[in-house]
Ligand binder design. Structure first.
Ligand code: MN
Length: 416
């Protein structure tokens, strides 16, 4: 493993091989930075000090958001990564006495949204999740609808309510209709999570020009963890025939660090075999996904009172997904629709084959019929006020650097 002048504790998910991008509140204004060990290397400060020779890159790094960098495209991203690795290496050209000026502690930094979300799409790409939801929502029928294995099903969500890790989630109100009753307007009783990961796009395409599947990698900058909060009772009443709306749009949480595809490269792997074979425009000569371990932890008010740590309620993996990111992007632009720097494409709930790997409470508790039994003695069908959910992601394998995503948390507040 490469060594940095910034200490990287053993087991840290933020070695020199990761360098995820984020934005933190500086003393004057938001600064772009990369995570390294327990610190953040201040790219805004480094640009101001003239450490990057490319003027468009220096300008982009001083905007307090990643959108400018995203727009520069893959070549710029790769050369920036190489330069930052050089600056952070033991043999750094930054003089020893100046180095402290460029780092801040991650623990004390306040992270803000790393990029302005231009458009937000949520897919439905886990075969296990789609099958489970089909069984739960439409019992007695074929769980998968006829289009599911032919295209990555998705919908356009609300970009403006994508929020950063730590943002409190107010329990939404909405129209709810119980079986046989009249609809009422009330706080959701079925507040749920969705364990997802999303990719962030860089340079876009021209209107009318689809992005061919073989070129999708050029347009994807990196990935974040996503919790797509869902109100199942609101969703069940509103979704026909146009799909998810207010049951989803009240909030979607993302992790603060964007992990680049370059950092994930050692963990690239083949996605599951698809049957039937997709149409040619969704077929890559060599398709790819990543081996990313994912965990969901829950901490209730009672557990906090007892100073008990959060309890892991699900473990899944990004590589379970049936549809790949390359296929999702090729599909989303196959009609000539454009993408822009800062678009967020979420995977859909990532459920694995085992019940303990299901990525939502509606699956884990089978619509509340099998409540989770927590070590605190409590039971949970869906989330209660005061519950805090934390999703964590990391890549790990013998002989490879550990690549961490950090985590995304949100605590449920009572309805307003
Ligand atoms: Mn979702």
């Amino acid at each position: 493993m490469a060594e940095s002048w910034v200490p990287v504790p053993p087991g840290s998910g933020f070695p020199l091989e990761n360098l995820p991008y984020g934005v933190f509140e500086g003393s004057d204004r938001p600064h772009v930075g990369v995570a390294i060990g327990d610190a953040i290397f201040d790219l805004d400060g480094a640009a101001r000090a003239g450490l990057f020779s490319d003027p468009s890159l220096s300008t982009a790094l001083r905007t307090g958001s990643l959108n400018g960098l995203l727009a520069l495209g893959r070549e710029a991203w790769t050369s920036l990564r190489r330069r930052v690795q050089e600056l952070l290496a033991i043999s750094s050209p930054i003089a020893s006495q100046d180095r402290a000026n460029f780092v801040v502690s991650r623990a004390s930094a306040r992270m803000i949204m790393p990029f302005e979300v231009r458009d937000y799409v949520d897919f439905y790409s886990s075969l296990e999740h789609a099958t489970n939801l089909g069984k739960i929502m439409r019992p007695g029928t074929e769980p998968l609808l006829p289009n599911w294995r032919r295209l990555p099903v998705g919908y356009h969500g609300r970009a403006g309510t994508v929020v950063i890790d730590g943002t409190p989630i107010v329990r939404p109100r909405g129209q709810i209709k119980q079986e046989g009753g009249e609809p009422e307007f009330a706080p959701t009783k079925m507040l749920d999570i969705e364990l997802e990961a999303g990719f962030v796009t860089g340079s876009g395409n021209a209107l009318g020009d689809p992005i061919p599947i073989e070129r999708s990698r050029e347009h994807i900058f990196g990935m974040v963890l996503v919790n797509d909060w869902s109100a199942r009772d609101i969703q069940a009443w509103e979704y026909q025939p146009l799909g998810p709306f207010l049951g989803k749009s009240f909030a979607t949480s993302v992790s603060p660090w964007v992990v680049t595809l370059d950092a994930l490269e050692p963990y690239r792997t083949a996605p599951p075999t698809q049957d039937p074979a997709p149409l040619p425009h969704l077929r890559a000569a060599r398709d790819w996904t990543y081996d990313i371990a994912l965990e969901v932890a829950l901490q209730t008010e009672k557990m906090r009172g007892q100073r008990a740590s959060a309890e892991i309620v699900a473990r899944s993996n990004f590589r379970y997904l049936y549809w790949s990111m390359a296929q999702q992007l090729a599909h989303a632009t196959s009609n000539g629709a454009t993408i822009s720097p800062g678009d967020l494409f979420a995977s859909g709930t990532i459920s694995g084959p085992e019940p303990a790997s299901y990525g939502s409470l509606i699956e884990l508790t089978w619509r509340g019929t099998k409540p989770l039994k927590l070590a605190s003695g409590e039971e949970r069908a869906f989330l209660e006020d005061g519950d805090e959910v934390t999703m964590t992601g990391y890549c790990e394998a013998p002989g490879k650097p550990r690549i961490g995503f950090g985590s995304v948390s949100g605590k449920i507040l009572p309805p307003r």
